[in-house]
Design a protein around this ligand. Structure first.
Ligand code: ZN
Length: 356
């Protein structure tokens, strides 16, 4: 992946590299224990600072120019003593996943926060993340487009950069890599006993083209290989091996149970970017304009599916210096002058500009 970062002002020459990143603002709240009025033990700014830094390292490795900005650089305390039935602290100890009314309470939490931004520390221009505590349970709660609030449970949740980036991945419309998977017995009937079925088939599909099937019961590269190709991992060709590895280390998988995950695929980043462009405008600056030599300037809209064809078109629609023109690898034979500030990035191979 070749990275081109230029701030161009009338010159077709790279000046001093500037940050050239699309900023995504995140606002993080520590919900206080209504019994003590304090944060839960271990919740500290320094721990989340480390988490932000690790998430930004991962984002940088994807080469798409996204970067988190932690609003205020500090966890914001919300709620307080004796708020058992009102205010943010009433949600401190809710089991949002297993309680019958967990979904309802999550929606209520979100609605209350939006309606009472001062009390809840709600920031309409940021991804709002609340650190709650439900003793011992290992869950975190996301929001897909249409909803907004993210809940991370306990110290284990908010200090784990892979977990927080996973939840933010949902926020940008990424499904689990095993979405829709089934557990079946060898006779094809449904297995209701977790991962102990005689046969685990029906790996799920997340509707992202470059991710293969995955299953939260598959707990090795070999399982993923057999589930997709009917072959042992050691027998795969290079392309198949890469596909399996992309699941094994994928942030939207549950393979974080086996090891640290740190990866989105290029198509996952396309889906993230379309969502950032269209659904999540308030939390970011700048947008991405997709350009590919196979695109079309007439019917293209600059999204990841209907890409523009020319650099000229991609740059003409830029209306913010924070915008990124994302070129797919290829030759853009366009001698041209760019006279506004923007960032050019190349993805899926090198892009050549201005050569016959
Ligand atoms: Zn998830």
């Amino acid at each position: 992946m070749k990275l081109i970062i230029c701030l161009l002002a009338g010159l077709l020459a790279c000046a001093i590299p500037v940050s050239g990143d699309i900023t995504v603002r995140i606002s993080v709240k520590a919900v206080l224990n209504p019994a003590t009025g304090a944060r839960q033990p271990g919740v500290a700014d320094a721990n989340f600072e480390n988490c932000v830094s690790e998430m930004n390292d991962m984002l940088q490795s994807f080469g798409r120019g996204y970067r988190f900005q932690w609003v205020g650089g500090a966890l914001q305390n919300v709620g307080g003593l004796n708020q058992f039935n009102s205010g943010p602290s009433r949600y401190y100890d809710v089991d949002f996943v297993n309680d019958e009314d967990g979904d309802l309470l999550k929606d209520q939490f979100e609605a209350n926060a939006i309606a009472n931004p001062a009390t809840y520390g709600w920031d309409a221009s940021a991804v709002n993340i609340y650190i709650v505590r439900f003793g011992g349970a290992n869950w975190n709660v996301c929001s897909f487009p249409g909803h907004q609030i993210i809940l991370v449970n306990g110290v284990r949740g908010y200090t784990n950069s892979s977990t927080v980036l996973h939840e933010i991945g949902h926020y940008f419309n990424l499904s689990h890599t095993f979405n829709g998977r089934q557990n079946l017995n060898s006779n094809g009937t449904s297995c209701t006993n977790g991962c102990s079925c005689a046969q685990l088939i029906g790996g799920g599909n997340d509707a992202v083209p470059d991710t293969i099937l995955d299953h939260d019961c598959w707990d090795s590269q070999n399982d993923i290989a057999v589930g997709n190709y009917g072959l042992a991992y050691a027998s795969l060709n290079a392309g198949q091996t890469a596909n399996v590895d992309n699941m094994w280390w994928n942030l939207m998988s549950y393979h974080g149970r086996q090891h640290v995950t740190d990866r989105f695929t290029p198509d996952q980043m396309d889906r993230w970017t379309d969502c950032a462009n269209d659904d999540r405008g308030p939390v970011r600056n700048g947008r991405t304009r997709f350009v590919a030599t196979t695109g079309n300037d007439l019917i293209g809209n600059g999204g990841s599916i209907l890409r523009y064809k020319t650099l000229a078109k991609g740059t003409s629609v830029v209306n913010s210096s924070a915008d990124v023109v994302l070129l797919r690898g290829g030759n853009y034979n366009e001698p041209m002058t760019i006279s506004k500030a923007l960032t050019l990035r190349a993805t899926r191979g090198s892009a050549t500009i201005g050569k016959p």
